[in-house]
Ligand binder design. Structure first.
Ligand SMILES: Cc1ncc(COP(=O)(O)O)c(C=O)c1O
Length: 427
């Protein structure tokens, strides 16, 4: 079959659940559906107490179409690098709606962001606070710092906890309490992000309870102005397997009640209460389509080699940070079920494994697997792509003389959909 018989055109309807829709697309490909972003945004906004501001965390996916859609819907942007700053500005996020967070910022990152119009920075230590102060002096631009707090209380739940043990994220609450003079000057609010991917509503509410109690206490200890309180988020979402976004029918009231008790002026916007979310907003919009390149058996186990490995999905899963994927094969119904397969990518490493004992049936080379809910922490959650940080220089010397200086760069090429999709050969 030739490309022209299968050519897709911009604006054409895609059926991602049917085999014909899948074979019409070149692979490997991530497909992001904007209607899923809009639905997730509506669901999350409905679950939050108001008044509040919702920030989209670009670390989940900095794709400009997703960032632009979320900004259009009213989201502000939380960024953690100059690469993400660039992505947010390219997607028309107004710079005053950006929060620059993350440990280990360079002085010139802060100055560049300030010059681009960013006014809010989350800082993790007295040095971070001083860095923002120096950038404000150097640029003569008034800048605001949110002090990120690492609460000591360990949290329950399936999430990736960011409270408890030693961490680079934030300043320990006890440190702040014991040395308020090191922290007091120049702070305009507090930032608490206690964990990620909580799927049970009760666990989410509990972590907001810890965050609000900690914030109330530290506002008193530091005698801070109540400008902004960033309560983080941690809203869970399915990753690389079928599933829907958790519903949170009780969250808004529970968090509003906690805030009413601790900081009643929040209802007048003092402080402005802020929430952040990455995965909840974009996880369900993404599907990775990947073709089977080889099928064989090893020690009695079927092995399926895909064209996508941990270089395309879950780079951090190689380090066991995220669970196995559960891919789907939407092939002919009569295909007999096979024993559980080992699903790998094409990389020459035993770490390049996406799933064990996966129920994908008996596949053949050329079949296409669909990996759902991969809009968050997919392509750019690879170890060098994560957070869009620049790569290190590679300097080659010969006898002490520099003979080459290069830097690997990841850039986004914009392709014409009609040309990209029409030129492919469908077999
Ligand atoms: C400060 C901060 N904000 C937002 C996020 C986004 O988390 P999620 O994608 O789980 O919503 C993270 C995740 O690590 C984070 O550390």
């Amino acid at each position: 079959m030739t490309a022209s018989e299968h050519a897709l055109h911009p604006g054409q309807q895609l059926d991602l659940t049917g085999q014909s829709g899948l074979t019409a697309l070149p692979t490997p490909a991530y497909v992001y559906e904007l209607e899923a972003v809009r639905a997730a945004h509506e669901q999350l906004v409905a679950a939050l107490p108001h008044p509040s501001t919702l920030f989209y965390s670009l670390k989940a996916n900095p794709h400009p179409a997703l960032v632009r859609e979320l900004a259009r819907l009213g989201c502000s942007a939380e960024i953690s690098s100059r690469g993400e700053l660039h992505a947010a500005l390219q997607a028309d996020v107004a710079p005053h709606r950006i929060l620059y967070s993350g440990p280990g910022k360079r002085d010139d990152d802060v100055v560049a962001a300030a010059r681009a119009g960013v006014r809010w920075f989350s800082v993790d230590s007295p040095r971070g606070l001083d860095q923002v102060r120096r950038a404000a002096e150097a640029t003569s631009i008034p800048l605001h710092s949110l002090l990120r707090v690492h609460a000591a209380t360990p949290l329950a739940g399936r999430g990736l906890a960011m409270a408890g043990g030693p961490t680079s994220l934030g300043a320990d609450a006890e440190w702040i309490e014991g040395n308020p003079d090191c922290f007091r000057d120049g702070i305009h609010g507090l930032h608490l992000f206690l964990g990620s991917n909580f799927t049970a509503e009760a666990d989410l509410i509990r972590q907001f309870e810890v965050a609000i109690a900690s914030a109330r206490h530290l506002y008193d200890v530091l005698g801070l102005p109540l400008e902004r309180l960033d309560l983080g988020g941690g809203f869970g979402a399915p990753f690389a397997q079928e599933g829907t976004l958790p519903s949170m029918p009780n969250l808004a009231k529970a968090v509003a009640d906690l805030l009413d008790d601790a900081i009643p002026t929040w209802r007048d916007g003092r402080p402005e209460v802020v929430f952040e979310s990455g995965r909840y907003l974009v996880s369900t919009c993404g599907t990775l389509l990947s073709q089977v390149l080889d099928v064989k058996e090893s020690q009695g186990t079927p092995v399926v080699v895909l064209e996508s490995g941990i270089n395309h999905l879950g780079g951090m899963s190689g380090l066991r940070r995220i669970p196995w994927i559960v891919p789907h094969f939407d092939g002919p119904a009569e295909r007999e079920p096979g024993p559980g397969s080992l699903v790998t990518g094409p990389l020459c490493s035993p770490l390049d494994c996406l799933a064990r004992e996966a129920d994908v049936g008996r596949l053949r080379p050329g079949d296409i697997l669909r990996i759902p809910n991969t809009g968050a922490y997919g392509l750019t959650a690879s170890l060098v792509g994560f957070l869009s940080h620049p790569q290190p220089l590679e300097i080659v010397t010969d006898g002490g003389r520099v003979v080459s200086t290069t830097r690997l760069a990841m850039t986004r090429e914009t392709l014409d959909p009609a040309v990209t999709l029409a030129n492919m050969e469908v077999t």
